[in-house]
Design a protein around this ligand. Structure first.
Ligand code: FE2
Length: 294
């Protein structure tokens, strides 16, 4: 029997609130390595991948670019960062919205951090039997232009039967109410059944939201509370907890790295936007942790 990483109180808090903050999860050295690696990924990024010549096919191109990113490392930019001709208006390091969605499996630095034994212990403490990391994202929340994220639940985007999505969000910089920290409605995962699913459309050419309930309840968004955390903190988010973040209009960026896990004993929805090709399946977290620590 392994020693729990989390205390009984922390586990109870997670189930009660739908989120849990674990301070000092990532070290200064780990954070510096992740930031340096993301810098390299952006430097090496080939802009021809997203350069579009007519606005007509731009949407389709971006949909395809997104849908194919589940087993790749791709860069996504802030819309406001481009001029009408599709050229970047600002330095690409400052124009990026996020990198996704498989650096945990493709990039050794992100792999080492994502498959830390402590994270495996934590998600098992929270009740996962056979965790696997479904996706990873480096979120930049740039100073001045970082876009807001509307209230949502992560199981909407990562749907299994039964539901099993768990987010593990790591602050790579201090997250405050000024630079757009996470906000969550405590206990909302227990009060509101999943309302929507984000899926591939029938033609597999784009995505859409579909209602999973006859009638949607209105979330009490006035009950969103800010999760102010220091650099290095880990925030665990239950898949049905309602959360969001404000736009960043401050002069400080708010970098974060997040992985979303699911339980392999639950059925991955064939409708999920994220699909892995047969030759690049999801990896069992426990196996990878053992391999990396051998
Ligand atoms: Fe989320």
């Amino acid at each position: 029997m392994k020693t729990p990483y989390l205390s009984a109180q922390q586990i109870q808090n997670f189930h009660q609130n739908g989120y849990l903050i674990v301070d000092d999860f990532a070290s200064e050295a780990e954070i510096a390595a992740l930031q340096a690696e993301s810098h390299q990924i952006i430097e090496a990024f080939d802009f021809e991948q997203i350069r579009i010549f007519t606005t007509e096919n731009q949407m389709q191109h971006m949909d395809t670019y997104f849908l194919e990113s589940g087993d790749k490392i791709r860069c996504f930019f802030e819309e406001e960062a481009f001029d009408k001709s599709g050229n970047l208006k600002i330095d690409k390091q400052l124009a990026i919205n996020k990198i996704g969605h498989a650096m945990h499996d493709l990039n050794p630095v992100f792999e080492r951090f994502s498959y830390r034994r402590e994270l495996l212990d934590i998600v098992k403490d929270l009740g996962m039997n056979q965790p696997l990391i479904a996706q990873s994202q480096y979120i930049f929340k740039q100073a001045n232009i970082g876009a807001k994220v509307n209230p949502h639940t992560d199981s909407t985007f990562i749907y299994t039967q039964p539901l099993s999505c768990l987010g593990a969000w790591v602050a790579l910089e201090d997250a405050t109410t000024n630079n757009g920290c996470l906000c969550a409605i405590p206990g909302s995962h227990r009060q509101y059944p999943l309302q929507q699913q984000f899926i591939r459309n029938k033609m597999q050419t784009g995505t859409e939201f579909v209602d999973t309930l006859e009638e949607r309840a209105k979330w009490p968004i006035d009950q969103l509370i800010p999760l102010v955390v220091k650099k290095g903190a880990l925030v665990l988010l239950q898949g049905e907890v309602v959360h969001s973040s404000y736009a960043n209009r401050s002069t400080q960026s708010r970098h974060a790295y997040i992985v979303h896990l699911v339980d392999a004993s639950c059925k991955w929805s064939p409708k999920n936007w994220l699909q892995r090709p047969n030759d690049h399946p999801f990896r069992d977290m426990e196996n990878v942790v053992h391999q990396l620590n051998r």
